[in-house]
Write a protein that binds this ligand. Structure first.
Ligand code: GDP
Ligand code: MG
Length: 441
């Protein structure tokens, strides 16, 4: 990870009180490589490095920090500064119905995000939400929105491919007024590439219904391209914000930095899955950690807090961060928490390195086996939980009998635990605690 590389590049600088051009040259090269690897667009990388250099030069290194730590902090602070310091929410401060328009390339996630926003606005803000599709090029797109609207309980305003997008949007606004909707979400068509026709259409829709928010929806996995697309949309439309989708498939986070830097518009939400509830507020500090390779530990803790008891979650997160020994007892509380949180895969993907975990392991934990797994661990003695190596033939039989399972089930669980333990060890090495220790040495 970048943090590890920076500590490497800054080795031998201990004891020097100030960061100098010479001392940071190698480290800045590492930052540059890391940002490019995170798929940040080149011009954005250049600006960013220049900023970091300026901030770093002549900076006093406080006693409590090594030069490596000091530079990591500068990079981290700068990432957060560029990405907007804090989350900005949707601005609904306007006469109802507040019109929110979504624009972006085809497949970027507009229709999915429309449904996610409808759900979010209804649940978190108690809004009455109407949705309409102005995508007249693909009949399936309108049907898709209708289905999703049904799932999230939004009012679906029908539209038809024979209508013009502008008429659809204006008609929907009139209907939203008539039905006293609080918010009207206008889903628009996209194309594979930015082109004049697409932009003209989007502009015409915006002119017709005067949206209070125009959100640019962009696929985080498009990496470098995201910057160019963002620029084109920002020039054509008065964007008010950005939704970064498919962050569940992108561990690098580079698009966030590029899009923000290029447009100057706040990233308001991130999409982290296909389901209507996979929408999260955007927190710059979390993406900064992701770019720095520290994983989205904060999101994990937050999610854990929502569904399970806080002390337990914190203990687990701390343990994960420290990379401490991972026992069957931990495995059990993890299984139980994941069960409560509705599945392991969404949670695991948030942890650095977890993308590598075999799906087979995730799915196994997912498919209702959790109770059996917990029963097996419950049938073990505390010593067996702490030192699973002692679990041989007769112990296995006793555990299987006690938990109403088979020896094969016990074997399977031990194997899964072994895989998980390996992941945890790997993760621990890159984890915050050890990293900081190493930097401090
Ligand atoms: P549109 O053409 O811009 O309307 O894009 P859609 O909303 O139809 O989304 C295109 C595809 O991306 C669909 O298969 C969605 O399920 C998927 N998708 C959208 N947002 C996300 C996300 O945040 N995560 C994941 N994994 N898939 C997403
Ligand atoms: Mg669509």
């Amino acid at each position: 990870s970048l943090t590890e590389r920076l500590s490497g590049a800054m080795q031998g600088l201990r004891g020097k009180g100030r960061l100098t051009e010479d001392s940071i040259r190698d480290a800045l090269r590492e930052v540059r490589v890391a940002l490019l690897e995170a798929d940040v667009a080149l011009p954005v990388v250049k600006d960013f490095i220049a900023q970091v250099r300026m901030r770093a030069l002549g900076q006093e290194v406080t006693k409590s920090l090594t030069p490596g730590q000091a530079l990591v902090k500068i990079v981290n602070d700068e990432l957060i500064r560029v990405m907007g310091e804090q989350n900005e929410s949707l601005d609904l401060n306007a006469a109802a119905p507040v019109v929110v328009m979504l624009a972006g390339l085809q497949g970027s996630g507009k229709t999915t995000t429309t449904a996610k926003l409808a759900k979010h606005l209804a649940e978190a803000h108690g809004k009455k939400v109407m949705v309409v599709s102005a995508d007249v090029y693909r009949p399936a797109a309108i049907a898709q929105l209708e289905t999703l609207a049904g799932q999230v309980g939004a009012i679906f305003q029908p539209s038809d491919v024979s209508q013009s997008p502008v008429d659809i949007a204006s008609g929907a606004l009139a209907e939203a007024r008539r039905q006293f909707a609080d918010v009207l979400l206008v889903d628009t068509a996209g194309r594979l590439h930015v082109d004049a026709e697409l932009m003209d259409e989007a502009k015409a829709i915006a002119a017709a219904v005067n949206p209070h928010e125009i959100l640019f929806v962009v696929d985080s996995m498009t990496g470098q391209d995201a910057a160019n697309t963002a620029r084109a949309f920002d020039e054509a439309l008065a964007l008010t914000g950005v939704v970064l989708t498919k962050t569940d498939g992108d561990a690098r986070g580079g698009a966030a930095l590029s899009v923000r830097q290029v447009t100057g518009k706040p990233i308001k939400f991130i999409g982290a899955g296909e389901k209507p509830d996979a929408l999260q507020p955007f927190y710059p500090d979390r993406i900064a950690s992701r770019i720095l390779g520290m994983g989205d530990v904060l999101s994990l803790v937050e999610e854990a807090e929502r569904s399970v008891d806080k002390a337990k979650a914190e203990k687990l997160a701390k343990k994960i961060r420290r990379g401490a020994g991972f026992s069957l007892e931990d495995f059990k509380s993890q299984i139980e928490q994941m069960d409560q949180m509705g599945g392991v895969s969404g949670l695991m993907d948030k942890l650095p390195g977890m993308g590598q975990i075999p799906d087979q392991v995730k799915n196994k934990v997912n498919d209702g086996e959790t109770r059996r797994m917990v029963a097996i661990i419950n049938s073990m003695t505390p010593k067996e939980r702490e030192f699973p190596d002692v679990i041989k033939g007769s112990r296995k039989r006793r555990i299987a009998n006690g938990s109403g399972t088979t020896i094969q089930d016990v074997n399977k669980l031990l194997k899964q635990f072994g895989q998980m333990q390996k992941m945890m060890k790997k993760f621990g090495k890159g984890g915050m605690g050890k990293m900081m220790k190493r930097l401090g040495q």
